[in-house]
Design a protein around this ligand. Structure first.
Ligand code: ATP
Ligand code: MG
Length: 395
């Protein structure tokens, strides 16, 4: 019987080199440790090419489900570690083959160039033993199972499994962004995609109490908790009380421009919070053409308020693609709960689809919006959520 005792983690093999690679691996290892920190007795080791975790009797299933969600991992395997000795390697591979059925292929990789046999020789020696002792046949094109052998100086890792990782970059390696998080389907997906590019996220949410309820607010916090698992399990959420400013907009500005101006205000506030929190960009769940206000003219009019970078990862996505991703990352069921958003509360009948910057400025200048913005920033409430605290109701 082969006993898997070590997880072998592979990452960004070609793209990252030199100093960047060191940063990449250090960050990835940190993210992995954070994600597994409730498990005792794991032993970590990192090399230029791989991260190894010695299991010490921890449950592989738990580790598998956590590792699958960590960005920066291209694939991983549960392996048995044996001495780098050809007889031991052959025996372990033979034992591994006994737990499998059908045709096979041996894939050896000799990372330790001082090992006396090249990959091809290892492949053949292992295959010869298995062909002789079992009914398995070789099929190099479409094998039913593969035996992977990785020979290193400190030992050789043997496995028949290779589990697909989440790819992307270790979250946090590319800085931090402030995510505009509504209670909808799109923004949590956008946050997930930012994290996949290695960008950590804090969230900002605009609430309009008492028009928006505590349930709506809790829903947003739950979404933040769910996606926080993709960045190590925690996330800061900044909640802005938007009611007074929103009312002022409706009082002073033309109805058709209310959504546009509301978004311009959101960006102004988000930018201030982003700078305070050392975020390098703002991100949103907007995509083009989904709703009347998401036109290029609208994007232009919103962006005009700041030259701070605004990233819209979903800009080219279809709604169906977004929904599929939302299901994959487990935010969908929470997002479709029917609580109101501040945008829907004051939903104008005919929002302008091609707003002009000039007109927006003219409307805004009818009131002292800067004072309202300052009040929003001064009264921000910051909550740090944790992925282990998702309430049942919101799952
Ligand atoms: P979502 O599903 O993310 O709500 P949507 O398709 O409903 O998106 P809009 O409601 O027009 O589109 O919002 C576009 C984007 O603006 C959202 O993805 C989000 O990033 C931001 N946004 C909207 N409302 C809020 C809010 N109350 N708080 C924070 N961000 C918001
Ligand atoms: Mg919405």
């Amino acid at each position: 019987m082969i006993k898997y005792d070590t997880v072998l983690i592979r990452y960004g093999e070609l793209s990252t080199k030199g100093k960047n690679r060191k940063l990449f691996v250090t960050k990835l290892l940190n993210n992995i440790k954070t994600s597994l920190d409730d498990l005792d007795n794991l032993e970590y080791r990192q090399t230029y090419e791989r991260i190894y975790i010695k299991l010490n009797d921890n449950d592989p299933k738990v580790i598998e489900s956590r590792l699958k969600d960590i960005f920066g991992i291209s694939s991983f395997s549960f392996t048995q570690k044996v001495d780098s000795n050809i007889d031991m390697i052959i025996e372990a591979c033979y034992q591994a083959s006994l737990q499998q059925s059908g045709t096979f292929k041996v894939i050896a990789r000799r990372n330790d160039k001082s090992f006396p046999y090249v990959s091809d020789q290892i492949n053949r020696m292992v295959a010869t033993k298995i062909l002789k002792e079992t009914d398995h046949k070789v099929d190099v094109h479409e094998p039913d199972f593969k035996i992977y052998i990785e020979v290193f100086e400190d030992g050789t890792y043997i496995t028949c499994n290779k589990i697909e990782g989440a790819h992307g970059y270790p979250t946090g390696i590319n800085g931090k962004s402030l995510m505009l998080l509504s209670g909808g389907i799109d923004s949590p997906v956008a946050g997930y995609l930012m994290m996949k590019r290695g960008i950590a996220c804090e969230a900002i949410h605009f609430a309009a109490p008492p028009y928006t309820s505590n349930m709506a607010r809790d829903k947003v916090l739950s979404l933040a908790k769910i996606i926080s698992k993709y960045q190590g399990g925690t996330m800061k959420v900044h909640i802005i009380n938007f009611t007074a400013l929103q009312k002022a907009i409706y009082e002073h500005c033309h109805d058709a421009y209310a959504i546009t101006i509301m978004r311009r205000m959101m960006m102004r506030i988000a930018k201030e919070i982003a700078v305070k929190q050392h975020c390098l960009a703002i991100s949103t769940g907007e995509s083009l053409g989904q709703v009347a206000s998401q036109t290029l003219e609208s994007v232009q009019c919103i962006n005009e308020v700041t030259n701070f970078p605004i990233i819209r990862p979903l800009v080219t996505y279809d709604k169906e693609e977004i929904i599929n991703l939302a299901k994959k990352i487990s935010t969908y069921e929470t997002s479709i709960l029917p609580y109101e958003d501040c945008c829907t509360i004051f939903d104008p009948k005919n929002p302008v689809t091609k707003p002009s910057v000039h007109k927006a400025q003219e409307l805004e200048n009818r009131f002292d919006y800067q004072a309202y913005i300052q009040e929003c920033i001064d009264t921000v409430e910051t909550i740090c959520v944790n992925m282990n605290e998702v309430e049942e109701d919101f799952l």
